[in-house]
Design a protein around this ligand. Structure first.
Ligand code: 5AD
Ligand code: SF4
Length: 442
């Protein structure tokens, strides 16, 4: 290996925020080894792909990407290609067979092994894999955060819910919570480093702490993080309607720093289908939670996840979902076509829906939701919101953007008076379906 020049790494992260957080811990380890970040794949000595397997489309995208790296490996045989994350956990050494140019496969409980594996691979060219799920989910690791003002804070890993469509419990294991003290300590540290906004991350934050069996729960965590100086906004995701309690809604509403945004996935509006999904709640209970949350927080921004085309979904059940959207009027819904995942109960259920019908339902669902997304954003017109400045938009350096506490993105024309990370008032001029346009208030 050539020690004369700098060594570079490039990380591609697919999937959810838990993966972004894991990627930051991979980056931390690579920097501890002396690697520097590069955007340029041709310069990279290590390419790490942190994968998702929640839907088949995510896997297809990853396999396509891995295929693209073959020519880089031909050009540079010392290049290390590492596949990590949920798909690595699921596929394990089958990935080497599928793409022999992969060097390392690292599972979801083995993130801390990266340094060791890179060192092994640098001393002897071979395939190396660590995917032992019996190891603890959390380890002390260096972290290189990707943003300067927003920090991801994992509070738990894994999931015990076993929704019948979902592969997460199989690839991330059972729920394991971090102790409150460790979470508070990390948040204090990032506050001292200048971070203003944090997101408490877990597959099901409402069951946070229950495995610790010492009375810890999400309400206690909310109270504990509320007093940390320097942090302006605390986000949390994802919530589960079965484990969200009225007491937790109270704790969220009473907190000074927890934001007025709740992501509460319903998945579908049919009680019969919710049962088949093993979601553990009825639409009636869900609506009680929503009504209570809106009573306690009148400015609540509510978002959700919906799956269309779950096995056995009839037209009438799909209509129930459309009716639920009309009843709740979400600010936004993340909508997904059901994707059978091998090993999950739903994959072998009767009544699989043809792809074309699933696509049609998705379109019909989006047509209904877009009306409400637009309506909610229009209601924000001519009002002023505090946003934390995130910087220029992707396509146009003259337009900058930031987010409200409710996680709404506002774009304005940059006049050079604000800096990334500033909290500034922005007036909304125009609400559109996906975004708000506005101007800085001076
Ligand atoms: N097919 C489609 N969507 C899925 N999700 C989880 N598993 C599947 C699947 N097999 C969706 C759920 C979840 C979100 C993160 O992904 O809506 O809330
Ligand atoms: Fe994808 Fe789920 Fe893994 Fe996140 S936890 S990366 S959504 S499979």
């Amino acid at each position: 290996m050539d020690f004369q020049r700098n060594q570079f790494y490039h990380i591609i992260s697919y999937g959810c925020q838990a993966n972004v957080s894991d990627s930051e811990h991979y980056a931390g380890q690579l920097e501890a080894l002396g690697y520097h970040h590069t955007e340029d794949l041709d310069m990279a000595d290590v390419i790490l792909v942190n994968t998702c397997c929640v839907r088949e489309t995510a896997e297809d995208k990853t396999l396509g990407k891995i295929g693209e790296f073959k020519h880089l490996k031909t050009k540079n045989p010392d290049l290390i290609i590492a596949i990590t994350g949920c798909m690595a956990q699921e596929w394990q050494d089958k990935l080497f067979k599928r793409a022999p140019h992969i060097d390392l496969v690292i599972g979801t409980h083995n993130i801390h092994k990266l340094i060791e594996l890179i060192e092994k691979r640098n001393s002897k060219k071979d395939h190396y894999m660590e995917a032992d799920m019996s190891l603890p989910a959390f380890h002390d690791m260096p972290v290189k955060r990707f943003q300067n003002f927003f920090a991801w804070i994992p509070i738990m890993n894994g999931c015990n819910k076993f929704c019948t469509y979902c592969i997460v419990p199989y690839v991330r294991g059972r729920e394991v919570s971090r102790p409150i003290e460790a979470i508070v300590e990390e948040i204090k540290k990032v506050a001292a480093e200048g971070y203003k906004e944090i997101t408490l991350l877990g597959q099901n934050v409402n069951s946070y702490g229950l495995d610790l069996k010492d009375g810890t729960d999400f309400s206690k965590l909310v109270q504990a993080v509320d007093d940390i100086d320097g942090i302006e906004r605390v986000r949390y995701m994802t919530s589960h309607p079965k484990d969200m309690t009225f007491a937790m809604i109270d704790a969220i509403a009473d907190s000074k720093k927890i934001v007025n945004h709740m992501h509460l996935p319903i998945q579908c509006g049919s009680d019969e289908l919710l049962k088949k999904m093993n979601r553990g709640y009825t639409t009636e209970h869900y609506l009680e939670l929503v009504d209570y949350a809106r009573k306690r927080m009148p400015d609540l921004v509510l978002t959700t996840d919906i799956i269309v085309g779950f096995p056995g979904e009839t037209e009438a059940m799909f209509q129930d979902t459309l009716n639920l959207l009309k009843r709740v009027q979400y600010d936004m819904a993340y909508t997904f076509i059901y994707s059978p995942r091998t090993g999950t109960p739903a994959a072998t259920m009767d009544g699989q829906i043809p792809q074309e019908e699933k696509s049609r339902r998705l379109q019909r669902l989006m047509d209904v939701q877009n009306v409400y997304s637009l309506q909610k954003n229009k209601e924000m017109e001519n009002q002023v919101y505090d946003v934390i400045v995130e910087g220029p938009t992707k396509n146009d350096a003259h337009h900058w953007f930031g987010r409200t506490t409710g996680n709404k993105m506002i774009i304005w024309e940059n006049d050079g008076t604000v800096a990334i990370g500033d909290t500034v008032p922005v007036a909304v001029d125009k609400g559109q379906t996906w975004v708000l346009k506005g101007h800085l208030v001076h």
